[in-house]
Each structure stands twice: as structure tokens, then as C-alpha cells.
Design a protein around this ligand. Structure first.
Ligand SMILES: NC(=O)c1ccc[n+]([C@@H]2O[C@H](COP(=O)([O-])OP(=O)(O)OC[C@H]3O[C@@H](n4cnc5c(N)ncnc54)[C@H](OP(=O)(O)O)[C@@H]3O)[C@@H](O)[C@H]2O)c1
Length: 263
């Protein structure tokens, strides 16, 4: 299948590790040029240099996507290079775990800034250009928590659910111009943040990494019997970014190894 990525320019936000890094690797592997965004300069530059040494077109921009200033820095950086963005992958996300009634204003604001507002702000800045060129893809990285919120992650789940609603509304508005918006919903995925949590649990409880991974997944045990890899989630993201997915818009696609119980 030809994914039609050659000549496309993608922006991947949250690109230096985990799912974002896997998406970036897969996009450049398909021939797209990528602007890779993260906050930690050294790690991001190391990642892009590694890709460039393999012949890829990967340019780093250091920015905090959760703030208006960070978004402006990113958009200015793209404009300074004269980049016309075809594909936007909004991958930044996460939140602290806490019982639902213990979440205060600060935790709610942080979860909404990280998981929703960052994506909304950047999408609003980049989609008009896609509309004028009559081709674009926006893929948001959500979570299965958007559909099945856990009691320790209410703000995270609510923000991811809002992201799904936002993507649907955006899709209704811009799909007729060839600009498609979709959400991928990962379940437990073997990324550095997930693995760090499992290592902590293993050390605290004196159990194996495998048992700790099962505990971190909690009640969300995938039908596959294992967590997904970042590359498996990236495959779905890249397909939705492709020309081959041109009739798919406004969906939220679980990539969770069969974790969600609903049909
Ligand atoms: N891993 C899972 O099990 C899982 C499950 C469901 C959903 N998800 C979702 O998948 C997405 C990626 O998760 P992940 O586990 O791959 O994350 P991760 O391993 O923690 O990697 C996060 C990436 O995003 C960058 N980043 C974080 N905050 C940023 C910010 N404010 N501005 C710019 N870049 C930022 C990080 O680099 P810097 O720190 O240098 O900025 C890093 O490159 C998130 O939206 C998460 O909610 C993950």
C-alpha cells in the first residue's frame, strides 16, 4: 500500500520519546519530513541527529506545547523555515494520579492544558494553512481513559474525552476541504513513562518487572495478554496520517490490544 508520505511535512509534538518518537521514526521511514517538538533540548537534538544520520529529514524545535508562548515559538520556528505543514500529530499528554475528590483547580487546569489546550491551540494555528492547500491530517493521541475513566485519573480522562469531542467537531468543519481529524486511543503502551512506573512498583513491592507491569495495567488487562509497543500505536497513527486513510475522519480508534470492554 502506498501511504503517499513522500513530499509531506509533519509536525510531531512530544517527539523525543515513547509513542511520539515511534511516530516520528515511522513517518521519516515513509519519506515524510518531520519537525520534532519536545522540551528537553539535549534529548531532542540527539534524537534528530540520530535520524538525520540515517538519511531522514528531521528538524528539532524546542518548545513547551502546553503554553501559548511555547505554541507561538513553534509556529514562528515553522514560519521562519517557510514550512507548509501537511500533518500534525498532537501527542503530548499525561497527568498525575489522584482520587477524584482530591483533584483541585491546579490539577484540573494542568490536565486540561496538557491533554486538550495544547492540541487545540496548535491545531487552530496550523489547520487554516492545510485548508487553503486542500490537504491535511490531524491525529491526536488520546487514551482509552477517554472511554473508560479510572477513578484515579478523572481529570486526565475528562481532558482526553474532550479531545475526542474536539476532533469530531473539527472533522465536521474541515473534512470537506481534504483536512481530516482523528484520535488514536492507546491502552497500556511500553513507553519510558510506563516502564518507569513499572520499575518503581517492582522495587517498592519486591516483585518481578512482569508482575509490576500487570499491576500498572491494573484492571485494564489487554485481551492480547501484553501491553502494546510504541511502534504498534505509531503504525495506526501513521496510517491515519496517510493518503490511504482519506475516507476516515472523525473517528477515535482504540489501539489497546483489546482492553476496552465495549463493542
Ligand atoms: N504510555 C501509555 O501507556 C499511554 C497510554 C494511553 C495514552 N497515552 C498517551 O500517549 C501520549 C504519549 O505518551 P508516552 O507514554 O509516549 O509519553 P512519554 O514516554 O512520557 O513521552 C512524552 C514525549 O512528549 C514530550 N513532551 C512532554 N511534555 C511536553 C510538552 N509540554 N511540550 C512538548 N513536548 C512534551 C517529551 O519530551 P520532553 O519531556 O523533553 O518535553 C517526550 O518526547 C500521551 O498523550 C499519553 O497520554 C500513553
Amino acid at each position: 500500500m502506498d501511504l503517499g508520505m513522500a513530499g509531506r511535512h509533519a509536525v510531531v509534538v512530544g517527539a523525543s520519546r515513547g509513542i511520539g518518537a515511534a511516530v516520528t521514526r515511522a513517518l521519516v521511514g515513509e519519506g515524510a519530513a518531520v519537525t520534532a517538538v519536545a522540551r528537553r533540548e539535549a534529548e531532542l537534538h540527539r534524537f534528530c541527529t540520530e535520524l538525520e544520520q540515517l538519511g531522514a529529514d528531521a528538524t528539532p524545535i524546542v518548545a513547551d506545547a502546553t503554553t501559548p508562548a511555547g505554541t507561538a515559538r513553534l509556529v514562528d520556528g515553522l514560519a521562519a523555515r517557510g514550512v507548509a505543514v501537511d500533518i500534525l500529530v498532537n501527542n503530548v499528554g499525561g497527568a498525575r494520579s489522584a482520587p477524584v475528590l482530591e483533584l483541585g483547580d491546579a490539577e484540573w487546569s494542568e490536565a486540561l492544558d496538557t491533554n486538550l489546550n495544547s492540541a487545540v491551540r496548535l491545531t487552530a494555528a496550523l489547520v487554516p494553512g492545510m485548508v487553503s492547500r486542500r490537504w491535511g491530517r490531524v491525529v491526536h493521541v488520546g487514551s482509552i481513559a477517554a472511554r473508560e475513566p479510572g477513578r484515579m485519573a478523572a481529570a486526565y480522562a475528562a481532558a482526553k474525552a474532550a479531545l475526542v469531542a474536539y476532533s469530531k467537531a473539527l472533522s465536521a468543519e474541515v473534512s470537506r476541504y481534504g483536512v481530516l481529524s482523528n484520535v488514536v486511543l492507546p491502552g497500556a503502551t511500553l513507553t519510558p513513562s510506563f516502564q518507569a512506573e513499572a520499575v518503581l512498583v517492582a522495587q517498592r513491592l519486591g516483585i518481578t518487572d512482569e508482575e509490576a507491569t500487570r499491576r500498572v495495567m491494573g484492571r485494564r488487562q489487554p485481551a492480547l495478554g501484553r501491553p502494546c509497543t510504541a511502534e504498534e500505536v505509531a503504525n495506526a497513527v501513521v496510517f491515519l496520517c496517510s493518503d490511504a486513510a482519506r475516507a476516515i475522519t472523525g473517528v477515535s480508534l482504540p489501539v489497546d490490544g483489546g482492553t476496552l470492554l465495549g463493542t
